[in-house]
Design a protein around this ligand. Structure first.
Ligand code: GRF
Length: 217
C-alpha cells in the first residue's frame, strides 16, 4: 500500500498529533507522518515527534516580516518533505488565503465543537454558557474562514450536569483522539473526497459516522 505523506502543523501540547502518530504506526494505516512543524519552538508536540523519529521544524512566525512570508516558509518546508496531505492539530495561527489555496482539499483541521456551532476560541466556555446538552468535535477541510469547510467526520459528547470547562474539554479531547485518526484514515485512504463544497463517499461501510462518541477507553 502506498501511504499518503502527511505533514502536521502544531503550536503546543500535541495530544492530537500523538493520536495521529499512534494511528500511523499500524501497518495498514494509509498515511505516514513525514514532518511536524510548529510555529512555537518550545511546543511539547515537537518532543513527541522527535521521540517517534519524525522530522520536525520550528518555524517561528515572529521571525517573519509578514503572514505571507511565514506562509511561504511553511510551504517550503512541507514541499521539501513532499507532503501530500496536511493536518492542523492545535495550530493557533490563521492561514493566509494563498496558503489555503495551495493546500485546498488536502488540508484538515480539528475543532472541539460540533461545527458550524461554536467556531473560534474558548469553545467549551461558550458551550457551557449556551446551555447545550450535546457538544463534540469535528474534522473538516480547511477554508479561509476560521473553523469552516466541508466536514469529514464528527463525534458527539454529552455535556454532563456540573461540567466545568476543564472536565468538558478533557472528555471532548478523548473523542478528538479517536476522531482525527478515523477522519485521516478516510481521507488518506481515498474513501471520502471533496466534491464542490461537500464531502462524498459516506455510503462506504467504513465511513459510517459515529452518531455519538466513538467508543472511549
Ligand atoms: C484541541 O482541542 C483541538 O481541537 C484544538 O486545539 C486543541 C489542541 O490540543 N484545535 P492538542 O495540542 O492536540 O493537545
Amino acid at each position: 500500500m502506498t501511504k499518503k505523506r502527511v505533514g502536521v502543523l502544531i503550536s503546543g501540547r500535541g495530544s492530537n498529533l500523538q493520536a495521529l502518530i499512534d494511528a500511523c504506526g499500524a501497518p495498514d494505516f494509509p498515511a505516514k507522518i513525514v514532518l511536524v512543524v510548529s510555529n512555537v519552538p518550545e511546543a511539547q508536540g515537537l518532543v513527541r515527534a522527535e521521540l517517534a523519529g519524525i522530522p520536525t521544524a520550528a518555524i517561528n512566525h515572529k521571525d517573519y516580516p509578514s503572514r505571507e512570508a511565514f506562509a511561504a516558509a511553511l510551504d517550503q518546508a512541507l514541499h521539501s518533505e513532499e507532503v501530500e496531505l496536511l493536518c492542523n492539530a492545535g495550530f493557533l495561527r490563521l492561514h493566509t488565503e494563498g496558503f489555503v489555496t495551495n493546500w485546498l482539499n488536502r488540508h484538515l483541521n480539528i475543532h472541539p465543537s460540533l461545527l458550524p456551532a461554536f467556531k473560534g476560541l474558548d469553545t467549551h466556555r461558550r458551550v457551557l454558557e449556551a446551555g447545550v446538552t450535546i457538544t463534540g468535535c469535528s474534522v473538516h477541510f480547511v477554508r479561509c474562514e476560521m473553523d469552516s469547510g466541508p466536514i469529514v467526520a464528527q463525534a458527539a459528547v454529552a455535556v454532563q450536569p456540573g461540567d466545568s470547562e476543564e472536565s468538558l474539554s478533557a472528555r471532548v479531547l478523548q473523542a478528538e483522539h479517536h476522531l482525527y485518526p478515523h477522519a485521516l484514515k478516510l481521507v488518506a485512504g481515498g474513501i471520502l473526497r471533496v466534491q464542490g463544497e461537500s464531502v462524498v463517499g459516506r455510503t462506504h461501510p467504513q465511513a459510517q459516522p459515529p452518531l455519538f462518541s466513538p467508543p472511549l477507553d
